[in-house]
Ligand binder design. Structure first.
Ligand code: XLS
Ligand code: NI
Ligand code: NI
Length: 446
């Protein structure tokens, strides 16, 4: 097997080369059936539309542990005796994987990439050392950084929150990591920077001054924005909504909540939203709904592609394979003209029971194929089917005359009353949901 993609001191996925596109007729599990990177869909190639990223944490740092037991996978990059040795092995394994899979981007948290340390200077040195290695690997492979972030939720010091912690000393300690992670993101040419507020919320309102905590979060994000801009970060800051887990209630509950928060704090020019499918469903919405709310506000920046499980009710972070969901998501993305500089990051993990090294490839291949097919179907629905025309005509009564006057603010409540009195009972018009559903399946299946 060719070793073109093996850049470090050893090969971590031996026997596997670059994953080829073989098309729908192929039964080779290690080939794409729909994702054909260079295939044109409208104005762009599939690769340009989808902008896939692999996440460092689930794929290289998580050996399958859950609240009931330890990991089930023994990763060869976890073998070295020191934390730095493991971090160095991991970066080689990760870039070998990215290159063999053929994704253009990756994402990381500071302490996925480099060993954590209580001592601030040591933490910063560790991260700088690993950023230098990651930069070499980026140059050798052409793989780029979609976004960086800081893990402000795992260390016990963040148990009561990071920027919303009632203790200012912890807020200041969180700044250490955000400052360093912003510097790392700039050094690596990251196109976005993410905030996921895992413990920014509460477990009980009895001990919580929610108003004050939210003001602190707004202040902290403003400082992060200003620091990022001052060191040359010209990408997009992203907030990733999630309603709960680990906290009972998280302040970035869903798209609508975050849009309001960003506008209240004057952050909506620099920040957008990173919508994760499983978080949207946890908040009681569909993935499509939270994407649409963000997009309608002009604030849909990026996507964490995964799926939940209706039986579990927590963030199971499964790989996205449901075509109905990927078509719906790509309809929103195409209607707003794409995600760039955001992308589709697989914030997803193989199941604890999936213990072969190949499973990591199979899972990503499935997710990439599901979104590639979703892109094709959504593009066809928008450009070749009657769907958009039907939807527009549903609102045609607002296109001229009194309906237009209403939209443009030229009529009063009394004007509307007089019109209604003249026109009599409105004619019944069917919503025809079923014909849209049938059209969706017609395009999905052809
Ligand atoms: C956890 C989040 C996390 C963010 C990055 O639920 O999805 O993985 O994407 O901190
Ligand atoms: Ni996520
Ligand atoms: Ni998540």
């Amino acid at each position: 097997m060719s070793n073109d993609f093996f850049i470090g001191t050893r090969e971590y996925f031996p026997g596997l080369g670059r994953i080829p596109f073989e098309g729908i007729g192929s039964d080779n599990p290690l080939a794409f059936k729909h994702y054909d990177a260079g295939k044109r869909i409208g104005e762009k190639t599939m690769a340009e539309h989808l902008r896939f990223a692999v996440c460092y944490w689930h794929s290289f740092c998580n050996a399958g542990h859950d609240p009931f037991g330890p990991g089930t996978r023994a990763y060869p990059w976890d073998a070295p005796a020191t934390a730095m040795g493991r971090a160095e092995a991991r970066v080689d394994a990760a870039f070998e994987f990215f290159s063999k899979l053929g994704v253009p981007y990756y994402c990381f948290h500071d302490i996925d990439l480099a060993p954590d340390a209580s001592d601030v200077g040591e933490y910063e040195r560790n991260l700088r050392h690993m950023v230098a290695l990651a930069k070499e690997r980026q140059q050798a492979t052409g793989v780029k950084l979609l976004w960086g972030t800081a893990n402000l939720f795992s260390h016990p010091r963040y148990m009561n929150g990071a920027s919303t912690n009632p203790d200012f000393a912890v807020v200041a300690r969180a700044a250490v990591q955000v400052k360093a992670a912003l510097e790392a993101t700039v050094e690596l040419g990251g196109e976005n920077y993410v905030f996921w507020g895992g413990r920014e919320g509460y477990a009980s309102l009895h001990n919580t001054d929610m108003k004050r905590e939210l003001a602190h979060m707004g202040r902290f994000l403003t400082m992060a924005r200003d620091y990022g801009r001052s060191i040359g970060f010209d990408g997009v800051f992203l907030i990733e909504p999630k309603p709960m887990e680990p906290m009972k209630h998280q302040y970035d509950f869903d798209s609508a909540t975050v849009v309001g928060f960003l506008r209240e704090h004057g952050l909506d020019q620099d920040f957008k939203l990173n919508i994760e499918a499983n978080h949207a469903t946890l908040s009681g919405h569909t993935f499509e709904h939270d994407l649409q709310v963000a997009s309608d506000a002009g604030l849909l920046g990026s996507i964490d592609a995964n799926r939940g499980n209706p039986q579990n009710g927590w963030d199971t972070d499964q790989f996205p394979v449901d075509l109905y969901d990927t078509v719906a998501a790509m309809l929103v993305v195409l209607r707003q003209g794409g995600l760039q500089p955001g992308g589709l990051n697989f914030d997803a993990k193989v199941r604890r029971e999936s213990t072969d090294p190949q499973d990591l490839f199979l899972a990503h291949i499935g997710g990439m194929d599901a979104f590639a097919r979703g892109l094709e179907v959504a593009h066809a629905l928008l450009t070749a089917s009657p769907m958009e025309g039907w939807r527009q005509r549903r609102y045609a009564s607002f296109d001229q005359g009194a309906g237009r006057d209403f939209e443009d603010g030229r009529s009063t409540l009394a004007d509307l009353r007089d019109l209604a009195a003249q026109a009599g009972e409105p004619k019944q018009r069917s919503g025809r949901q079923e014909v849209y559903e049938n059209l969706f399946n017609q395009y999905l299946l052809r």
